[in-house]
Write a protein that binds this ligand. Structure first.
Ligand code: CP
Length: 300
């Protein structure tokens, strides 16, 4: 079983990951974490795009489950000598890993690699495609805070066109029964977007507001607005959040661009911001994903 998209998961898989993620979250707050569920397995990380949260949380998750973890140094690899991604995958496959976690700038790359690998492949973000484990950790964070997801009004605001986080969250939160409100600058909305994309309308009465950064690395030219101008027109400000539900929470997958898509004070507000909790939940949910996906390899 691979985890390429939210569509890779059955409803039962999603329930298992959210339940087990919640359990691992509590486990991870203990002083000693020495689970051995994946003892004897080798997990390979291959990140062809930069990452702090996803890469480190997968490394920590695999370590906490007792697996051996190897992270490919892409800058030092033979990709730099012209080896193709497919030949790299064949090479990694010959080393018999038990799971491959891949991030790549090209949408669809993890799916192509999965057709070569004999082990489970996890998409850790592919271009503007999907980032399924981010959506799973976002859902787990919301559920931990509210005790439910069904019926929550969740605003997702920003660069909806290029955000793989948004694409996975729209699929997952819809399946879990949330009411989504989508907003962003006209230039950064998907071509088939319906509605005016107003952030004021999206945040009005929302239970959760998830802000997205501009994916500048996927734009052909610099986005026009100056930082302060973008914040005023499309960002999350104190004036906007005042119109949300009284117990609204603020989310962001990170990295944050303070003063651009979000007022830094809101990101730091301990009563509302779940941003650091999202990072903590990331380790727990990735433990649940690794456990679920490698289960077949450990069954007799
Ligand atoms: N949210 C996320 O994918 O962050 P990183 O790019 O730091 O992994």
């Amino acid at each position: 079983m691979d985890l390429i998209s939210i569509d890779s998961l059955s409803d039962s898989d999603i329930a298992t990951i959210l339940d087990e993620g919640d359990r691992w979250f509590d486990y991870n707050r203990q002083p000693r974490r020495n689970a051995d569920k994946l003892d004897g397995l080798t997990i390979v990380n291959a990140f062809f795009e930069n990452s702090t949260r996803t890469l480190l949380s997968f490394e920590i998750a695999a370590n906490r489950l007792g697996a051996q973890v190897v992270t490919m140094q892409v800058e030092m690899s033979s990709i730099k000598k012209g080896e193709t991604l497919e030949d790299t995958a064949r090479t990694l496959n010959a080393m018999r890993p038990d799971a491959l976690i891949i991030r790549h700038g090209l949408s669809g790359a993890p799916s192509s690699i999965a057709s070569i690998m004999d082990c489970p492949v996890i998409n850790a973000g592919d271009g503007s495609g999907e980032h399924p484990t981010q959506a799973l950790l976002d859902a787990a964070t919301l559920r931990r805070r509210f005790g439910r997801i069904a019926g929550l009004k969740v605003a997702i605001c920003g660069d909806l066109k290029h955000s793989r986080v948004a694409h996975s969250n729209i699929k997952l939160l819809t399946r879990l029964g949330a009411e989504l409100r989508l907003a962003g600058p006209p230039e950064l909305l998907p071509d088939d977007f319906q509605g005016d994309g107003s952030i004021d309308a999206a945040v009005d009465g929302a239970d959760a507001v998830m802000m997205l950064r501009i994916q500048r690395e996927r734009l052909d030219e610099e986005f026009g607005d100056a930082p302060g101008e973008y914040l005023d027109r499309y960002g999350l400000t104190a004036a906007r959040i005042a119109k949300a539900a009284p117990d609204v929470v603020v989310m962001h997958p990170g990295p944050i661009n303070r003063g651009v898509e979000i007022d830094g004070a809101l990101a730091d507000d301990p009563t509302r911001s779940l941003i650091i909790l999202q990072v903590e939940m990331g380790v727990a949910v990735r433990m649940a994903c690794l456990d679920l996906l490698t289960a077949e390899r450990l069954s007799p």
